[in-house]
Design a protein around this ligand. Structure first.
Ligand SMILES: [Zn+2]
Length: 418
């Protein structure tokens, strides 16, 4: 027998099944907490593995505002979520495709996600008409005037017609067009095209919209390239029977992951209840993503109920509003929402933003200096706070994963809640 015909060798090096044997599963659950639904796992993508549960950092325009790609890596971020609608308008998906897709376009060696454009149907459409954000109302003083309130969106069975918020030009997204754009953008994980309803939509509209989103889900799967990983989106607003119908349908068709979208009620209690109800009715093997949610307690509550990832602009947006996050050791708790305003620092000291933070900002700069930068309107100020805040949320996720591994998730949660 020639060496190349040795037992098993031919199979190992040439048989097509070899690739199936070594190809990693997209998602593996490694451990589920005994007292809660919290679980740790791993997502495998072409740009590397992701430890779950994780926080998806929002990079709307293929950038995390004020940070370079190198700085994003230094915050231990595991994945960037960019926005299909914004990148379609500027610079356009063809430009990103020409430069080998989103990660290479950003020169960022990390897994990426793109959303489907459905959220913009809410924020440019009903969001304007109803003057609302995702969960509740826009803060006082931020209410839109009558012109701004006018919906920029027309929704039909075919898809959604948008007016660009940049120049008013008309654009049309359908499940098929969203798939084409997301295929060109080339993220590792993409989302099905949906309509995100407003919390002020009534039962009948939410039902009609959810049923249409289900039909769009089937069109999405029929037209997508089958190379990227794709998440279906559960809608149905605050209505349990609609959420159940959507959950059963989206879970039953061939998506790689499941996302929870849309309005979850005006209170955190309602949000937690609906999340719990959805997950109770979902199968266990697919990863679960929660769209657009993510304060510190939202993260604990979602993970406790079995969510594997979340995304939110919270930590970066608040950073640009001078807010920096603090750990329980520095006095962070449920009451002060684990954050402080840099402008509120009164005493001059050599202390960093946080004594217990090991980010490069806390190792290098004093809070007094950063406060000076912010007050003098120097861009470096918000950039340093953004780096600290992202490091903070990624470190929080790391602690959560460790606590689930050690069976101490609830202990960690009560320590953080103070
Ligand atoms: Zn720090």
């Amino acid at each position: 027998m020639f060496p190349s015909q040795g037992k098993g060798r031919g199979f190992e090096s040439h048989h097509p099944l070899r690739f199936m044997l070594i190809k990693k599963n997209f998602f593996t659950v490694l451990k589920t907490d005994k007292k809660t639904n919290a679980r740790i796992g791993r997502l495998s993508t072409d740009h590397g593995d992701i430890n779950t549960p994780f926080f998806a950092v929002v990079g709307t325009n293929a950038t995390v505002k004020t940070l370079s790609s190198q700085e994003i890596l230094e915050t231990n971020t595991q994945l960037i979520l960019a926005n299909t609608y914004h990148l379609h308008l500027r610079p356009n998906e063809k430009v990103v495709k020409e430069l080998n897709g989103l990660a290479e376009f950003m020169n960022l060696n990390l897994p990426t996600m793109t959303d489907s454009g459905g959220f913009q149907a809410m924020s440019l459409g009903a969001g304007r008409e109803h003057s609302i954000g995702k969960i509740g109302f826009f803060p006082k003083g931020k209410r839109m005037n009558e012109i701004e309130k006018k919906s920029l969106v027309k929704i039909t069975e075919k898809g959604i017609e948008f007016c660009s918020h940049i120049d008013g030009s008309k654009h049309f997204f359908s499940p098929e067009i969203s798939m084409q754009i997301q295929s060109d953008l080339g993220a590792d994980i993409i989302f099905a095209f949906d309509e995100c309803t407003s919390p002020l939509h009534d039962y009948n509209y939410t039902k009609k919209s959810m049923e249409r989103t289900n039909r769009w889900a089937a069109r999405t799967l029929a037209s997508y390239n089958k190379k990227q990983k794709i998440y279906g989106i559960i809608q149905g607003g605050v209505f349990k029977d609609l959420r159940l119908k959507s959950t059963k349908y989206i879970d039953s068709i061939c998506f790689d992951g499941i996302a929870i979208g849309g309005a979850l009620g005006e209170t955190k209690t309602s949000k937690n209840e609906i999340t719990e109800y959805i997950i109770k009715n979902l199968s266990d093997e697919k990863p679960r993503h929660m769209l657009g949610i993510g304060d510190v307690d939202d993260i604990f509550e979602a993970v406790e109920r079995g969510i594997d990832s979340l995304d939110c602009v919270w930590f970066t947006r608040l950073g640009r509003r001078n807010m920096y996050f603090i750990y329980p050791k520095d006095g962070g708790n449920f009451i002060n929402r684990w954050r402080k305003n840099i402008r509120s620092i009164k005493s001059i000291s050599k202390k960093p933003l946080s004594d217990s933070c090991s980010c490069k900002v806390c190792k290098t700069y004093t809070a007094t200096y950063i406060r000076h930068l912010v007050i003098a309107n120097e861009l470096l100020g918000i950039r340093l706070i953004t780096i600290h805040n992202l490091f903070f949320v990624n470190h929080l996720m790391e602690q959560i994963r460790k606590s689930i591994q050690e069976g101490k998730f609830l202990e960690l949660k009560s320590y953080w809640y103070g």
